[in-house]
Structure formats: structure tokens, C-alpha cells
Write a protein that binds this ligand. Structure first.
Ligand code: BGC
Length: 732
């Protein structure tokens, strides 16, 4: 329905406007060969300084020197978002000798003008088509403003909610992460911007979740957990990549030749270019592997970093490093080749300049907002719903909405631009009023001075309003400095004075619906025991609050699922579903078992979990054959029934376990999922194709091994799926 609506709206966009944003993709065959010839010819004409210029990426703001664009000393820019300013740099480059177009980059992380839920919230929808649509509209809006390159998707896997950047990823799982990486890469590039899967590689494994900290990742885990989403993104056509800030097993990835050159270009055949992260080349000095910027530049380039983002050290030192013979000019040529190749494949040499007059009309179109609304609805996870508190019952005649987050000033948590087009965000109380019967009163009290919830404004008034209502809806969570890069936390409680408020609300004796907008799974142990219902949102974006109101009032039946386990306490971290077995598993009464003395083992809300207003049951899990060859595949089917009274979407998940293999294998591994709409009372058969080649794992030498033997298959609505089938893997 949604997709039909989007397609219909697309037809209404004038052809001239629609053609301004072309999908981008690697060209093939003759066209690709022709590009190689053009690149060679262009490199042949370039001075050493012009070559180095192509590797220099500088950003809008203090220190930006447009004369470097005019002189051909800058090949890429970032953070230009106002079309008239983009046009100015595009014009400036045409004053340069070779007029090589700029690649213009931006972190369009979860939207450009229309904001979609944070990437973790998009992943919570477990709906790849919808996620692709969100990336598509982000790409279209960004490219309408003249941007042709985005520093997204972030495909880092993280099992550590202490890490503030978990919000930019798809959670804890390699398979879900890869599906989301594919969807986002395809969507952005269809929308007209080149993508940058980042951060290559391992950033999500920073020790203790402390940002920029070291990462220690065994080879098997690197290949089975962290690399798959990157591979998926490159296989979908990603044209660039970004190296991580971090050191991987002692080698800063910005100087990691094994990863950037041997693996990425050698084994994987990647033909695009790699950019450093912001200032990370000069940071090689602080990592302790370069004495000065010249050495840092040399090490980064020779390892495989083609573009220097914001360190300014290629620009300052690379030409001299070549002249004195420390860097072969061939290495510079190769980096330039990769940058120019991407520029040609992107069609930048033919592309018209941005049109500041038409750009605003392409922002926040009805079609984009419709996708934003659906993404926010499907990304919301109903974690608890005691006694069917939700949807709001007919007997409720007054609702108190409490918490400043319910009425936002903005829904912006990244460096995305403001000021283009309208940015209308409906406050939650208004959205509820529109949806509830006229005789239901909705009051609102911010309780806090700001969204962040760090200080009270009028606590008394909030409690008073809450106590006088039939139902309390409180919107709490993380905002302000608690979100994003460098926002690592050791305490994953509600920030500031929010817990105090929540406890006071519960004390009124009225049922409390907790709507949580956070950047990561928080510790919800207290809340899970005391509030009536919990709806988890990873900041819903422009349509976030309308989506919440749709769910609270039953206009939309929630269907989001947990992408990252919710711990019971910080001490459990990392806690994730795909644990390896232990030789001493938990056993009732056993003291010397793999357990905590003061906490349970399992998370509060496991991976894949989420409630609906419907109920689903699983029956007849079955396989099309009892054995399958290592190069074969098997069909797995299950009957899913909606036994509830409302139509609803279920995320049918398939997990495997190989109980005996040459390596100890996880207790569960996600290998497939499908989101299906099932009408009340209806039964649907859901089928999966399971290729034996996908059931293996990497060993410590990085070799991929698929072992013959029994494979257990579990299908259900979370990682605790109970319906079971099995198949035997056999040698041919
Ligand atoms: C982040 C990157 C981002 C870059 C440019 C860095 O601090 O790590 O993910 O793309 O800034 O904004």
C-alpha cells in the first residue's frame, strides 16, 4: 500500500525535477573501460600538486579556503548543504586549470530535510524495503541540494550500548546488519549519492564502549561479525569506504595495509576510494606510529587511504614526500585513479550544477514524509503491554502527556542541515488529540526545562496533571549530549532527573505508558517492573510523534523488533543472543557454572523481541529434505497464525545452530527473516531458502569452513524461537 502510494506520488513530480537526481551505480563493460581510458588520460595531464589536490578533502567552516578549489588543490568538500553555497564551490572549481568536478560529501545519516528514525530505529523495523525507501529519499533530497556523496551507511556491528554511536548502526547481528547495509546502500545510491560504508573496520567493538578506544578482534570474529555488512555494502555497489578512527589489534586502521589494501582491494576487488575519518591521519601521531604529519601522511597513503578528510596533511606533505623519494609517485597515481574513477562513474563531469531555485521544492515532499511516518511506525518496539493497557481504551477519558520530549523543537541529532524547506513536527499531545475521541481530554506538562531531562521545570504541576488523569503517557529518554559520537556512558539509566520523575508518576497509582526515545538500549529493569506499557523508539524523526500517536491509539499495530539486546544491568555487557556455548552452562543449583552471582544471564529484552496488538502462533516447522549437500539448499517452511483480533505484522525469524562442528558455534544464529502482514484469524505459510554454504564460520586463520553434521533450525518471533526442525549437512 505504502509503496503504491509512493509510486503514485512519484509520478506527480515534474520530469525536469525528477531527472536532476539520477541514480548512481558502477558502470560496466564498454562504459567502464572508456572511463579507465579517460582516467589515464587525465592523470597524464596532471601536475603532482593537482594529483595531491584530488586527495584533499576540506570542509565548510573556519579554515576553508575556496582558493584551493580554484587552484585545483582540493578534490572534495564536505558539509556544504545550502544549495547556493554548493553552487559557489562548483563554480570555483571551473576556474581551475583542469576543471575536475568536486565530490561533495555529507553525513546524511538519517535524513537530509525529512528526518527518518535513527538508523538503529530503522533497523528495528526489520523491513528492508522500507529502510531502502528511507535512504532513497535521503539521497534524493541531498542530491537535490547538490550533494553527491554521503558518509553513510554506518555498518559497524555493536554489542555494547555504552557506545554512543550504536544509534548509527543496525545493532548486534551480522545478518540483520548485512541486510540493512544492502538496503541502505541501494537506497542512497538510487537517490543519487555515492555511499561510504563505515567505519572500516571494527569501530563498534571499542573496549568498554568508550569512543575511539582500542579494538581487539580475533580473526574469526572479524570475518563472521564485523566484515559481513561491509561486504554486503560493496557487493551492492558502494563506491567509497571510510576507515575507522580506531586501532585494530594494535594497528590503527588508518594505516592498516592488511585491511585496506590486501583484504579490501586484493581479496574483495574493491575499485572505489577510501577516505580517512575526520582528522584521523594526523591522529596517527597520537596513536604512536608517526613522528610527524609527513610520516603520518606517508603511512596512511601507503596503507591505502586515498583521501585525507580534514587532516590537511596530504595537502601539506605528500608532494614533498614524493619529491624526496619516500613515496613513489605511482602510489599517488593509484589513489588519484580511484578518486577520479568514482567521479567518472558518478557522472560528475556531465552533471549540471545544483539549481538553488528548484531545490527547496524537493524537500519534505508528501512522499518522503509518508515514508518517514511508516518508518517511524514500523521502527517502534512495544516492549511491554500489561493487561492490554494499549491501545488506549474507550474507558480512558483523560490523558496526561508528561515530558518535554513530547513537544520537540527539532528532531536533529547529527550534523544534518537545517533551513531547507519546512520542518513541521507535530507535538505528541496534538497528535493524540487529533486521534482520540472528542470527549477525551489531553493535557501536557513538560516537567523538565529541556528535552535532555537533566533539570526540573515544574515537577509539581506534572505530578498534579498526572494524578488527575486516567492514563499517563510520559515521553522520556536520551537527547542533547547523551546522543551520538563521543557520547559513551557507563550508566545506562535514564539521564538526569528522569528516573525521579518516572517513580513519582508511578506513585500516583495511575497507569503509566512509558514512551522512550533513546539512542541505544537503556537499562529498563525498574521500568519493566513498574510501568504498565513501554514503547521504545530510537528517535523517530520528522514523523516520530505522529507515529507514536498512531500506535498508542491503535491506528497502527506495532511491529518493531529489538535489534540490540536490552541488558538487565551494565555488568552484563556485552550481552547478545548469539553467544557461544560454555562448558559450564547455567544449571539450577550449580555453583560452578557460567553465571553471575547477582544477576541473571539473559537480557531483559532479547534480540528479535517485540510485542504486537495481535498474537502469533507457529506450527508445522518443516524442511523440504532431511539432508542437504554442502553445495545445496533446503526450503524451510512454517505456518504462522494470527490468533488475535487485529490484523498485524509479524517478523518471522529463522535461527540455526550446529551442535557439533570443528569450531564451537553460537547457540543461535539468525539466517533469515521475513516481515509478513497476517490478518486476524489468518494462517500464512512462510518459506525460507537456506543455502548450506551460508551455514559455516571462519576459523582463526580466516578460512571459511562449512562442516557436515546436524543443523538445528528454530523459527519464531524472536531469538528465543521455539518451533524446531533439523537438517543434516552431508558431503557430496
Ligand atoms: C565521524 C564520521 C563522520 C565524519 C564527518 C567523524 O567524526 O566519525 O563518521 O563521517 O566525522 O562528519
Amino acid at each position: 500500500m505504502l509503496l503504491r502510494l509512493v509510486a503514485a506520488l512519484l509520478l506527480l513530480i515534474p520530469a525536469s525535477i525528477a531527472s536532476a537526481q539520477q541514480p548512481v551505480a558502477w558502470k560496466t563493460g564498454l562504459e567502464a573501460r572508456e572511463i579507465e581510458r579517460k582516467v589515464d588520460a587525465l592523470i597524464g595531464k596532471m601536475t603532482l600538486e593537482e594529483k595531491v589536490g584530488q586527495l584533499h578533502l576540506s570542509g565548510r567552516g573556519e579554515g576553508f579556503d575556496i582558493n584551493q578549489v580554484r587552484s585545483g588543490d582540493m578534490g572534495a568538500v564536505m558539509n556544504f548543504v545550502v544549495p547556493a553555497e554548493v553552487l559557489a564551490v562548483q563554480k570555483a572549481v571551473r576556474e581551475s586549470r583542469l576543471k575536475i568536478p568536486l565530490i561533495i560529501g555529507l553525513d546524511a545519516v538519517h535524513g537530509f530535510s525529512t528526518y527518518f528514525p535513527l538508523p538503529l530505529g530503522q533497523a528495528s523495523s526489520w523491513n528492508p524495503e522500507l529502510i531502502e525507501q528511507a535512504a532513497y529519499w535521503t539521497g534524493r533530497e541531498a542530491s537535490a541540494a547538490g550533494i553527491n556523496w554521503t558518509f553513510a551507511p554506518m555498518v559497524d556491528i555493536s554489542r555494547d550500548p555504552r557506545w554512543g554511536r550504536a544509534l548509527e548502526g543496525a545493532g548486534e547481528d551480522a545478518y540483520l546488519g548485512s541486510v540493512v547495509a544492502t538496503a541502505r546502500t541501494r537506497g542512497y545510491q538510487r537517490g543519487g549519492v555515492a555511499t561510504t560504508p563505515k567505519h572500516f573496520v571494527g569501530y563498534g567493538a571499542v573496549e568498554a564502549g568508550r569512543d575511539y578506544n582500542a579494538t581487539w578482534i580475533p580473526t574469526s570474529q572479524l570475518f563472521d561479525l564485523h566484515l559481513p555488512p561491509f561486504k554486503a555494502s560493496f557487493e551492492t555497489g558502494a563506491m567509497t569506504a571510510m576507515a575507522a578512527f580506531t586501532a585494530l589489534n594494535g594497528v590503527p586502521t588508518t594505516a592498516h595495509r592488511g585491511m585496506l589494501t590486501d583484504l579490501l582491494r586484493g581479496r574483495w576487488g574493491f575499485r572505489g576510494f577510501v577516505t580517512s575519518d575526520f582528522g584521523s591521519i594526523t591522529e596517527l601521531r597520537l596513536h604512536g606510529i608517526a613522528r610527524d604529519d609527513a610520516e603520518a601522511a606517508r603511512k596512511a597513503l601507503l596503507a591505502g587511504i586515498d583521501m585525507d578528510m580534514m587532516s590537511d596533511v596530504y595537502h601539506k606533505h605528500l608532494a614533498n614526500e614524493v619529491r624526496v623519494g619516500r613515496v613513489p609517485v605511482k602510489a599517488v597515481d593509484e589513489a588519484v585513479r580511484r578518486v577520479l574513477r568514482v567521479k567518472f562513474h558518478l557522472g560528475l563531469f556531465e552533471k549540471p550544477d545544483v539549481d538553488p531555485a528548484t531545490a527547496p521544492s524537493l524537500m519534505q515532499t508528501e512522499a518522503a514524509r509518508e515514508v518517514a511516518l511508516q518508518a517511524a511506525r514500523e521502527g517502534a518496539i512495544l516492549l511491554k503491554n500489561a493487561d492490554e493497557t494499549l491501545p488506549i481504551r474507550d474507558t480512558v477519558k483523560s490523558v496526561a502527556v508528561i515530558g518535554a520530549m513530547a513537544v520537540p523543537e527539532d528532531e536533529r541529532v547529527w550534523t544534518d542541515p537545517a533551513g531547507l524547506g519546512r520542518r513541521v513536527i507535530t507535538p505528541l499531545p496534538d497528535a493524540l488529540r487529533e486521534r482520540l475521541p472528542k470527549d477525551v481530554s489531553v493535557s501536557y506538562q513538560p516537567a523538565f526545562t529541556k528535552n535532555c531531562g537533566t533539570a526540573f521545570a515544574d515537577k509539581k504541576a506534572a505530578i498534579h496533571a498526572a494524578a488527575a488523569s486516567d492514563l499517563i503517557v510520559t515521553m522520556l529518554g536520551e537527547d542533547c549530549e547523551f546522543i551520538g559520537e563521543a557520547a559513551s556512558r557507563t550508566k545506562l539509566e535514564l539521564p538526569g532527573v528522569q528516573q525521579e520523575l518516572l517513580e513519582a508518576l508511578v506513585k500516583t497509582g495511575k497507569p503509566v505508558v512509558l514512551v522512550l526515545a533513546t539512542a541505544r538500549p537503556l537499562i529498563l529493569t525498574w521500568a519493566s517492573e513498574h510501568v504498565a506499557a513501554i514503547l521504545q523508539i530510537f528517535h523517530g524523526g520528522t514523523e516520530g510523534r505522529t507515529a507514536i500517536a498512531d500506535i498508542l491509539t491503535g491506528r497502527y499495530n506495532p511491529s518493531g523488533r529489538v535489534p540490540m539486546s536490552f541488558p538487565r544491568s551494565v555488568g552484563q555487557i556485552p550481552v547478545y543472543y548469539s553467544q557461544l556455548p560454555s562448558g559450564r552452562p547455567e544449571k539450577p543449583g550449580e555453583r560452578y557454572a557460567s553465571i553471575f552471582m547477582d544477576e541473571r544471564n539473559e537480557p531483559l529484552y532479547p534480540f528479535g523481541y517485540g510485542l504486537s496488538y495481535s498474537r502469533f502462533t507457529y506450527a508445522n516447522p518443516r524442511v523440504s529434505a532431511s539432508s542437504v549437500r554442502l553445495d545445496g539448499s533446503v526450503e524451510v517452511a512454517v505456518d504462522v497464525t494470527n490468533t488475535g483480533t487485529r490484523d498485524g505484522q509479524e517478523v518471522v525469524q529463522l535461527y540455526i545452530r550446529q551442535p557439533v562442528a570443528s569450531l564451537s558455534r553460537p547457540l543461535r544464529e539468525l539466517k533469515g527473516f521475513e516481515k509478513v502482514m497476517i490478518r486476524a484469524g489468518e494462517t500464512k505459510t512462510v518459506r525460507f531458502k537456506l543455502e548450506a554454504s551460508r551455514l559455516g564460520a571462519h576459523d582463526e586463520q580466516g578460512r571459511y569452513v562449512v562442516d557436515p553434521g546436524e543443523v538445528e533450525i528454530y523459527i519464531g518471533g524472536s531469538s528465543r524461537a521455539a518451533a524446531k526442525a533439523q537438517v543434516m549437512l552431508i558431503r557430496s
